[in-house]
Design a protein around this ligand. Structure first.
Ligand code: AMP
Ligand code: ZN
Length: 469
């Protein structure tokens, strides 16, 4: 298996430090708002990498941090006049709900900055002892000139950076490139006790400390969006390697931006769709399929037309699943002696994924497989149940377990009636609007009438689901 490593700028054979274990860390969200599908691209593509590594037999420990203290959270807490911890809690819950909606597997650990302050402080102390950090009036800064490899990830040279204009100015810094490890408390801001007085951690140190705490000094994979290469990941390397005296990360993976009209989707430009609004319009599988059809490292321009076209691809897979399920229920018992070459498809799928997670090729192999299976069924007589079971299993371990593009909803299991499902979802949407407008009697009436028709609905925090009696 080969992975493009941002650090070496080469595709390299993937050799984990301690196989079959793989230690993977992905920079997670700053929890001050709902996340948009640009962030979603990073979350979905890292999920697919993790699922594929598991498919390939690795035992992955997957850690994603939650930045739950930062300027944006404090700003929101002041605007809404609620504690910053309440802002973080609200958006952590929303984040978890949205991951679930996008069919993203839960990380093994979601460490929060505010719950790891002691580890963060310990790492800063270590850096101070080693002469890589200095304090000034309650702030602590990383001394960039003390780290000779600074710039090795981004390929930026320190002298060029120093003349760059976009560096935060702060009179307390010895060098403009130095960055904050610890920030002195400002009035009204949340703060924690530390050897330098009350304050809060900087953003970069959070990832170095939590990655080390949960995965060890050297990890296999660290991933995030392209925008994190500099300064965030460059600074993480400087902190971790100076503190631990060990290589921090073997393979650095970076995701290309999701753009809209050639511009990066971002909160500040206002050109975004939240994940939760998209999944109201399209099944999560369609968004996943759209992302999969472009290589993770390149830019991807989002448009409704692309979503419509991904939707057509999704229908093809869905129709095949229905067809196979129906065939399983009506075909005669018997082993598969058809001679259909399932291995050849699995080999193509693996070869694509082994080549730096080439998901466009992997998806193309799934569509070819669907075409071949459909043609095989069209001309085959009396194929036994065993054949259809193999066909479904092969589709399920690839397109479902790894790519997550097959819907698992109850309705499909219960008869594949797409129109009925769409109509019930429409009625449920109207009911949800009625509840939002506090028209509870209408909402209850809808529920009772649906129950009378044999549609059992269940409300939960994640939304409403239904089952047919
Ligand atoms: P944030 O909450 O802004 O810190 O972002 C969370 C993750 O999403 C980071 O790994 C970012 O690099 C990534 N990200 C933000 N915007 C985009 C975008 N438009 N396309 C792809 N990834 C993004
Ligand atoms: Zn990070």
């Amino acid at each position: 298996m080969f992975i493009y490593n941002t650090l070496t700028r080469k595709k390299e054979e993937f050799k984990p430090l301690n196989p079959p274990n793989v230690r993977m860390y992905v920079c997670g969200p700053t929890v001050y708002d709902y996340f948009h599908i640009g962030n979603g691209r990073t979350f979905i593509m890292s999920d697919i990498m993790r699922r594929y590594l598991e498919y390939a037999g690795y035992k992955v420990t997957f850690v994603m941090n939650l930045t739950d203290i930062d300027d944006k959270i404090i700003k929101k807490s002041n605007e809404e006049n609620i504690p910053s911890s309440a802002v973080a809690e609200k958006y952590i819950n929303a984040f978890m709900e949205d991951l679930n909606k996008l069919k993203i597997k839960k990380a093994d650990i979601y460490p929060k900055a505010t719950e790891n302050i002691t580890d963060i402080i310990d790492m800063i102390k270590k850096l101070e002892e080693k002469g890589a950090a200095y304090s000034a009036e309650g702030d602590v800064f990383y001394n960039v000139s003390s780290f000779k490899d600074y710039g090795k990830l981004s390929g930026k040279k320190t002298d060029e950076l120093e003349s760059g204009a976009r560096i935060e100015v702060n009179d307390l810094k010895k060098n403009p490139l130095d960055f904050a490890l610890w920030k002195n408390a400002k009035p009204g801001e949340p703060s924690w006790e530390s050897p330098w007085g009350k304050g809060r951690p900087g953003w970069h140190i959070e990832c170095s400390a939590m990655s080390c705490k949960h995965l060890g000094e050297t990890i296999d994979i660290h991933a995030g969006g392209n925008d994190l290469i500099f300064p965030h990941h460059e600074n993480e390397i400087a902190q971790s390697e100076a503190a631990n005296g060990a290589e921090f990360v073997k393979y650095w993976i970076h995701f290309g931006f999701l753009n809209i009209k050639e511009e990066k989707m971002s909160k500040s430009l206002g050109n975004f769709f939240t994940a939760r609004e998209i999944v109201k319009k399209y099944p999560a599988e369609v968004l996943r399929l759209l992302f999969l059809q472009t290589h993770y490292a390149g830019p991807l321009n989002y448009s409704d037309e692309l979503m419509e076209s991904a939707g057509k691809g999704y229908e093809k897979i869905r129709n095949l699943v229905s067809r196979l399920k129906e065939k399983i229920s009506v075909s005669p018992e018997g082993e598969d002696k058809s001679g259909f070459d399932f291995e050849s498809f699995l080999n193509k799928f693996k070869a694509a994924m082994d080549d730096d997670f080439n998901t466009p090729k992997a998806v193309a192999s799934v569509f070819d497989y669907a075409k071949e299976i459909n043609a095989f069924i069209d001309k085959g007589d009396n194929l036994p149940k065993g054949f259809f079971e193999n066909a479904l299993k092969t589709l399920s371990v690839t397109a479902d377990d790894v790519l997550g593009i097959i819907s698992k909803d109850e309705e499909i299991k219960q008869g594949d009636n797409k129109l009925l499902e769409d109509v019930i979802n429409l009625v449920l949407e109207i009911r949800s609007d009625a509840k939002k407008n506090k028209n509870y009697s209408l909402a209850d009436q809808i529920r009772d009438r649906l129950t009378g028709l044999g549609v059992i609905i269940r409300d939960s925090r994640e939304g409403t689901t239904f089952k047919l009696k």
